[in-house]
Write a protein that binds this ligand. Structure first.
Ligand SMILES: C[S@@+](CC[C@H](N)C(=O)[O-])C[C@H]1O[C@@H](n2cnc3c(N)ncnc32)[C@H](O)[C@@H]1O
Length: 235
């Protein structure tokens, strides 16, 4: 990673560290509470993969890890993130809800500290838009997934339907930064959010990149009135 990419990654980490304490509340306000249902759809993808642990990559405040544990009581879940503050909020939530068999650890998605094929399923929610090197991130996800295992990702995308797309754009670009300023005290972070969605690849492009990273049977579907894409591929 060159120094510009490194400083962008540092800025992303600093931003999530700043907003960690209000992150969950902001998600609920912005989505009307729907974000939990979307993560449950991702967690469902762990069903049917080979025996073995699941990695929730960029686990943040651990909501996806919790959704996986609720669905798959026998599985061990590792939650990795490069913001220790987000992990601390996640750890407090796991303790408060007495969720067991989840281990949180600090790690960079672009250089994962796991051996090849360590996980039966590698998942991420709302990570990919934030990566400095998406291609490398996908390769790392594939590398640490075992043969026959699955990589599943969820992220925000621009809706395709023109009028709805314009309305969503107005909400996301104008209203969300205001909510971010008042609730999280961080307008900048919630201005970055819609900008990162605008810069992000389309669902079809992401599917192609997943194939290029070595995943097979790549498919995707949209949720949240077309604003969320869930991609899955097999190793
Ligand atoms: C929008 S939050 C998503 C958190 C969680 N997955 C969820 O569903 O709410 C994005 C998370 O990605 C983490 N992140 C961004 N880039 C990362 C990287 N290169 N390596 C590890 N974590 C990263 C951030 O620290 C942040 O916690």
């Amino acid at each position: 990673m060159n120094s510009k990419m490194r400083s962008n990654a540092d800025a992303v980490r600093a931003m999530f560290t700043r907003i960690a304490d209000r992150y969950d509340l902001m998600n609920s306000l912005m989505t009307g509470g729907r974000h939990h249902a979307w993560r449950r759809r991702v967690a469902a993808a762990a069903a049917g993969v080979p025996a073995g642990p699941v990695l929730d990559l960029a686990t943040g405040t651990a909501d996806l890890a919790i959704a996986v544990r609720a669905r798959e009581p026998a599985r061990f879940v590792a939650g990795a993130d490069f913001s220790e503050r987000m992990l601390r909020v996640g750890a407090a939530k796991l303790a408060a809800r007495r969720v067991t068999r989840v281990r949180l650890l600090a790690a960079d998605a672009l250089g994962l500290p796991f051996r090849d094929g360590a996980f039966a399923c590698v998942m991420s929610a709302f990570l990919l838009r934030n990566l400095e090197d998406l291609e490398r991130g996908l390769q790392e996800m594939r590398r640490v997934t075992m043969k026959g295992g699955r990589v599943v990702t969820l992220d925000i995308v621009s809706p395709q339907v023109p009028v709805w797309g314009a309305l969503f754009g107005a909400y996301f670009n104008r209203v969300v930064p205001l909510i971010g300023a008042f609730v999280a005290g961080d307008r900048q972070a919630y201005t970055y959010l819609p900008q990162s969605v605008e810069r992000f690849v389309t669902p079809a492009e992401l599917a192609q990149m997943m194939e290029k990273a070595g995943l097979r049977e790549v498919s995707y579907h949209r949720l949240g009135l077309g604003t969320i894409a869930v991609h899955a591929g097999v190793v």
